[in-house]
Design a protein around this ligand. Structure first.
Ligand SMILES: NC(=O)c1ccc[n+]([C@@H]2O[C@H](COP(=O)([O-])OP(=O)(O)OC[C@H]3O[C@@H](n4cnc5c(N)ncnc54)[C@H](OP(=O)(O)O)[C@@H]3O)[C@@H](O)[C@H]2O)c1
Length: 374
């Protein structure tokens, strides 16, 4: 006899057309077909939303046939600011879990970053607080709210009220986190803070070149204005997606905040990354990376076009100086809590860098860079 029962879990994903969001959807389609899925998407109508979602998820899926499981009835057309208007929709009333990955994740200086990441996210949380079946709200934060912390292995609890932020994006993400429990009232909130997400462990940079261009620049210049032995905490997007889903759906969690990170042991040094890049290119031996003085950066500008290809030298210089600050921090993010929650550590960046190198070099560096300043 065939029996069917309504899914126990109805999960709403926000930000599903973005880099992390589309990896989350790919993982849900691959390994979590027993739960009812809803996606909040900025689209004119459900079919247009389904099409947008299909286009972004396609590059993340090993089996494209799974895309046929994305149907218009899974799409809630709307945005964070106006989510309250959807509240009477019976599908919304059934939501039990939310994985909130929508944000303006740009390193640019724009007022919209505060509006989306603080004001509209607050409006969204206030509306969610009214939903009757909610069991968990997972907010995707960022480990980089640690700001100007240097040379440390940062723990989740290390969240000083006053850190200096280098860009409005991290400041906005630091601002919203402590507001959420009050805004969400009785709904349990879990904060997941991924470290730096670069590429996909199987498809490399084909879905997004975010941050990978930094390593291309370093490899082309063979110079960094910080110690070459500094570590950087990088995870692939597919690992991040799986970890976020685990934290959203686990019945019991010991903590309210988790790093999703490579941690001290799986993080790589800039030396290691550049050597892996050289091996991936397969062009034979290459000089090791050199440390230069930051004061020498401007004097190197005349060489930028020969290293980086066609570019606006002035703009490249500004961006190189900004990223120098991040790359020079030498911070890793403790992931003991993540491991205790049953999430095995990620592959090291150097281990999946070859696929990123193969898929991440088809665009000029200057164009790829724009991806992180939208
Ligand atoms: N990428 C990283 O390295 C990284 C690292 C740590 C943490 N994170 C966090 O991960 C989350 C996702 O980042 P991402 O890199 O995937 O960003 P992304 O690629 O820029 O995607 C952002 C997503 O948010 C949606 N969105 C933006 N504003 C919205 C609004 N007002 N209403 C509804 N949806 C809206 C976008 O929709 P549209 O397609 O309609 O624009 C898109 O789906 C963010 O919270 C970010 O802080 C990212």
């Amino acid at each position: 006899m065939h029996t069917s029962s309504a899914p126990r879990i109805t999960l709403l994903v926000t930000g599903s057309t973005g880099f992390l969001g589309s990896a989350i959807v790919a993982e849900l389609l691959t390994a979590h077909r027993d739960i009812a899925l809803l996606f909040l998407i900025r689209a004119e109508n459900p079919e247009a939303g389904r099409l947008r979602l299909t286009q972004s998820v396609r590059g993340m899926l090993a089996d494209p046939a799974l895309l046929s499981h994305l149907t218009p009835d899974m799409i809630l057309c709307g945005d964070l600011q106006h989510f309250a208007e959807l509240q009477n929709d019976p599908r919304v009333q059934r939501i039990t879990h939310i994985l909130h990955a929508a944000a303006l994740a740009s390193f640019a200086w724009k007022p919209e970053i505060w509006q989306v990441n603080v004001e509209q996210t607050s409006q969204f949380a206030r509306a969610v607080a009214q939903l009757p079946a909610m069991q968990r709200f997972l907010h995707v934060g960022t480990a980089m709210i640690s700001g100007d912390t240097t040379n440390q292995h940062v723990h989740e609890t290390q969240f000083p009220a006053k850190v200096r932020h280098f860009v409005p994006y991290t400041k906005s993400k630091a601002e919203i986190e402590p507001l959420l429990p009050t805004l969400l009232g009785r709904i349990p909130v879990v904060i997941a803070r991924p470290s730096i997400v670069v590429g996909h462990s199987r498809t490399g940079c084909s879905a997004s070149p975010s941050i990978f261009w930094v390593f291309r620049m370093i490899h082309a210049a063979k110079r960094v204005p910080f110690k070459t032995t500094n570590k950087v905490d990088i995870i692939p997007v597919d690992f991040c997606a799986r970890a976020l889903i685990t934290l959203t759906l686990s019945s019991e969690l010991a903590h309210a905040c988790y790093h999703i990170s490579a941690g001290d042991t799986e993080s790589c040094t800039f030396d290691e990354i550049d050597a892996a890049y050289t091996r991936a290119e397969g062009l034979g031996r290459d000089a090791p990376l050199q440390q230069i003085d930051v004061a020498d950066l401007s004097a190197l500008e005349p060489q930028f076009e020969s290293w980086f290809g066609p570019c606006d030298t002035q703009r490249m210089s500004t961006v190189a100086k900004l990223y120098r600050i991040f790359a020079g921090l030498n911070v890793t993010f403790n992931n003991q809590r993540m491991r205790e929650a049953g999430i095995a550590p990620p592959p090291r960046f150097v281990d999946y860098l070859p696929v990123c190198q193969q898929t991440g070099e088809d665009q000029p560096i200057a164009e790829q860079m724009l991806y992180d300043f939208r």
